[in-house]
Design a protein around this ligand. Sequence first.
Ligand SMILES: Cc1ncc(COP(=O)(O)O)c(C=O)c1O
Length: 741
Amino acid sequence: MKKTILVTGGAGYLGCILCKTLLEKGYKVRIFDKLFYGKDVLSEVLKNPDCELVVGDVTNIERYDKLFDNIYAVLHLAALSNDPSCDLDPEMTEKINIEGTKKTAILAKQHGVKRFVFASSCSVYGAGDQILDESSQLKPISLYAKSKMITEKDLTELMDDNFCVVLLRQATLFGYSPRQRFDLAINLMVKTALTKKQLYIVGGGEQWRPFLHLKDSSEAFILAMEAPSELVNGHVFNVGSNENNYQIVALANLIKAELAKLKHDVDIIIVPSDPDKRTYNVNFDKIQSVLGFKARFNAIDGTKEIAEAILSKQLDDLDNSRYYNIRNVQEWVDLPAIEGGEPSRWTFLPFALPLLGEEEENEVIDTLRSGWLTTGPKTQRFEKMVADYLGVKHAIALSSCTGALHLSLLALNIGKGDEVITTPITFAATANVIEHVGAKPVFVDVDPHTLNIDANLIEAKITEKTKAIIPVHMAGQPCDMTKIRKISIKHNIPVIEDAAHAYGAEYGGKKIGTISDATCYSFYPIKNITTIEGGVLATNNDELAAKARILALHGMSKDAWKRYLPDSKDTGSSKETIKDSIHWMIVDCGWKYNMTDVQASVGIHQLKKIDRFIEIRERYCSMYDLGLKDLDAIKLPEAIRGIKHARHLYIIQVIPEKLKISRDELVLALRKENIGTGIHFLSVPNHPYYANKYGYKPGDFPMASKVADNIISLPLYPKMTEEDIHRVIAAVKKIVRHYKK
Ligand SMILES: Cc1ncc(COP(=O)(O)O)c(C=O)c1O
């Protein structure tokens, strides 16, 4: 019965010839290939009933469950080959060449495949000044060669008596293939000699390379596959012939001489360039003595073959990118994933993630074991730390920023019939709390450069009903607090800052939190620091603080820590204090906004990290600024002077006149690149609740509507690595360039 051989990368340059040879020798062939270069290259072999094709990618080879059924041997050619192509995308190289190969071999072994022959490369020798054999030290220079070296090691570890692994370090290939390449030395030299009458030598010309014809390579694979296991298992073989080692200058002269015989005179041009550090003159005795391999074709044969294919027009359109791996890979890398290209990342990068350490974990465990879970000593510690950091008298720890905003309004006695000025570009909570107290939110349009409330437009909206202003420090960038303070003082209207994004920010050398009547922070998981859920109301106003504290817990005169602790300092001996220590009174009709000690446990350690986190965010923002500055179809965020930006969000704006896709399509395209994004925010008056209740139309706040249609927040958080940032930059660049008008 015919044996079935699985050839991965069977539609590649070597694959096409190897599959043909296998079929000629009476094997059945199963080709596994991504068909990066189309299916036509296989048209001849697929006519053979013994040949079948499975279209797929080694990076997810586990999805093809019947792929290894009845397979005797795997000849593994699938790889991203050619050194500069690999350099284009190191992550992709690792996924395909290293992880893809390992996965393939593991699956092959699990399915009882007997033999695994791996296409390695003599380039693993890198730079060697003497003749190199299989025992020579490996000094790979390129990423491609490194990927081959690592994979050789991985495969050797998988080898055993039942799973025979053979590693073939091939010389540089040449010759004609249905999937032709012109980025290999002999093929390229012949092509440029015939089309330009010049033959270029780059990299100095002194460098050594061994060469191998495709048909000889195919023979070597079959020999390695057929040889008794004990002769080859775990062995490395250089594949080539001692006679086909050339210095590039000598090779050029040989090709020139051969083409002269065909009446094609060419000039050899030495292109001044850095010397090619890759040089390897290789010994091929082992494969000859162990497997009886002898190359049948030399560089002259190759020259003739390629010349004939070109002159007979068997190969045409010679500058087409399909002949050049690098150009192909470049086009592939440049094509957005949503259009069928390769995603910029292989795994999904969430829009935001918190960065928590062991300190937080240990503190939470300590709290859980202490038996005291809700508001208690840890919350007190947390509040003290916040107050010290901000330099304020009161920091009230709460369950959310929403709660803090709500309590601020309540503590300022704002309610029915009142108006509160705020911004349309904010999270709905800012406006919702105004509704909760029965007041009316009055929106003032934003400055499109900062996305913050336009302080110049506030006064025009003030009426005798205006009872507070809630500016929001969007993305962590403080609003124009000088102007806002002036308006506040002039009209005697308190200011409640929504600093949900701005813990750690400063304005005019002062911490945000110390300027206005009340400042509210959020410690939601994706904020600059987190308490899981949580918020703080910061104020220097004793009365406001006292009221907010009571309202934060049902309107009770005492919190639980004070109520239940036996040694509460409230305990006294007089009749009044005894009564006081036993009972609590409802002095107002409050809410339930307290922070728990479990949340505070996380917060205590997050607080210590805020300045470092902002530094990292700042650095990543600079990387984005630099990496994206040349894209004129997007506007980058602007930071104003004289402030410390908390760098919570990095918000870019699409310039619709310059981009063929909308912001929403950009979000989807980035999602396909495996990159999560956010939108901060849609304009609040355009949400149905507000539009219906107050009759707002999209044009009412023109700047807000415009930015809301075009903004997109890129991932920005300390848990990201610099490589993550580079990937996001690459993805945005790729998409924006592709869809540029
Ligand atoms: C500007 C703004 N204000 C308020 C909030 C509400 O914060 P929390 O979820 O802590 O209530 C958020 C949350 O995203 C926000 O972005």
